[in-house]
Design a protein around this ligand. Structure first.
Ligand code: UD1
Length: 358
């Protein structure tokens, strides 16, 4: 049995790591299963890529396609050109893609056109907002995938509503939570000025929130006002840094360089709450029971709002301030953990893939 696994951007690495660990385990147990890890090179800065490989114990990829940055079309095209050659040279029985980044989309299209089976881990989640590039990536990938490994019941329901055969959908849970469970004992504190105080953690990288420096400045000011005396700690994504560099009077926030996985998760776990526009952080905070305020009007992860600790605040700035104030005071709803988010998702994924390929 031969699998090709795709990883390209930061959030992919947490999703692929437990799958690789499980494959290694099954190989050691004598199962005839081989895999080739392809890094598309969508993320290339050591802080966004190499540090995750070492933190998460991911082996060197078989190849790095070095696609790099660019417009969506350029980046997607570069990845497609690279993966086509690789799939022709090392044809697998199945291609496994995770998440919803441009690498996910590019590789699934190419594999499918070469007649290779495609499995999508984290299939079926939908924000309903086609203004998000990730939503386009999800819908296109799911429209051509053969098998779907879902994180929640609602993801499966979305797929069925779009005409997917229910026998191809497997509710397995969340591989990102597998990584969290596995790594938890390795979380460690980064150096930061406010380490001895209660703090709020901030992360922003969505184009709609960060690409316009004026809009970003206004948003940051609202958050700082809401936080009051409670310090804000903000590890900055390179995309966001480009806009921050154009703001003259930066608000009183402790800006950090992007962090590795174990240091970032230490901050999440030990914060009073997280203000974010990320997808995965909505899930990580729900698992850890940490308050989360999401600066978006839609989410593809509704369970984090319905049963978890997440609140969606959209883009109404006055409400942002009010919610951050509530979070800073330590008043927040309690949440629960969705079914199957138990650290054993990758086992279920590989079990199923083995039975499909047999
Ligand atoms: C991508 C994903 C997004 C994910 C995010 C996590 C898509 C469409 N978006 O967004 O879903 O949440 O990763 O980080 O796939 N850059 C660097 N160094 C790098 C990579 C990027 O400086 O290693 C800068 C470049 O200026 C680049 C910009 O960041 O133009 C954006 O990178 P890109 O990969 O296009 O998208 P992200 O915003 O990172």
């Amino acid at each position: 049995m031969k699998l090709t696994l795709i990883a390209g951007a930061r959030p992919n690495f947490m999703k692929i790591a437990p799958i690789i660990r499980e494959l290694e385990k099954r190989k050691e147990e004598g199962l005839d299963i081989n895999y080739r890890l392809v890094h598309t090179g969508q993320h290339y800065d050591p802080a966004l890529s190499a540090s995750f490989f070492s933190d998460l114990g991911i082996p060197e990829p078989g190849i790095n396609l070095e696609a790099g940055s660019g417009s969506h079309a350029e980046q997607t095209a570069q990845i497609m050109l690279g993966i086509e050659k690789d799939l022709l040279n090392h044809t697998p029985d199945i291609l496994v893609v995770v998440g919803d980044v441009n690498s996910t989309l590019a590789c699934s299209i190419v594999a499918k056109k070469l007649g290779i089976l495609v499995a999508h881990v984290e299939g079926g989640i939908r924000s309903g907002d086609l203004g998000m590039p990730e939503e386009i990536n999800r819908k296109v990938t799911d429209s051509i995938s053969d098998f779907f490994f879902t994180t929640t019941t609602s993801a499966g329901e979305n797929l069925v509503a779009e005409g997917v055969d229910p026998s191809k959908i497997f509710l397995v849970g969340n591989t990102m939570i597998d990584t969290l469970v596995f790594q938890q004992e390795h979380f460690n504190a980064p150096e930061f000025r406010n380490a001895k105080r209660d703090f709020l953690l901030l992360t922003l990288h969505r184009p709609t929130n960060v690409d316009d420096p004026m809009k970003l400045e206004k948003l940051l000011n609202e958050i700082v006002r809401g936080a009051g005396e409670v310090p804000l700690v903000f590890p900055v994504h390179p995309r966001t840094k480009k806009s921050l560099d154009r703001i003259k009077d930066l608000p009183d926030i402790e800006f950090l360089n992007p962090l590795g996985y174990n240091q970032f998760l230490y901050l999440v776990k030990n914060s009073l709450g997280v203000v974010t526009d990320s997808g995965g952080i909505q899930e990580e905070t729900t698992y850890l029971g940490v308050p989360c305020l999401t600066l978006r009007s839609t989410t593809e992860r509704p369970e984090t709002v319905e049963i978890g600790t997440n609140v969606l605040v959209g883009q109404e700035w006055d409400r942002v301030q009010e919610y951050v104030r509530t979070m800073a005071k330590g008043n927040w709803k309690q949440g629960r953990i969705p079914k199957h988010w138990d650290g054993k998702t990758a086992e279920r994924v590989i079990e199923k893939i083995v039975s499909i390929l047999k």
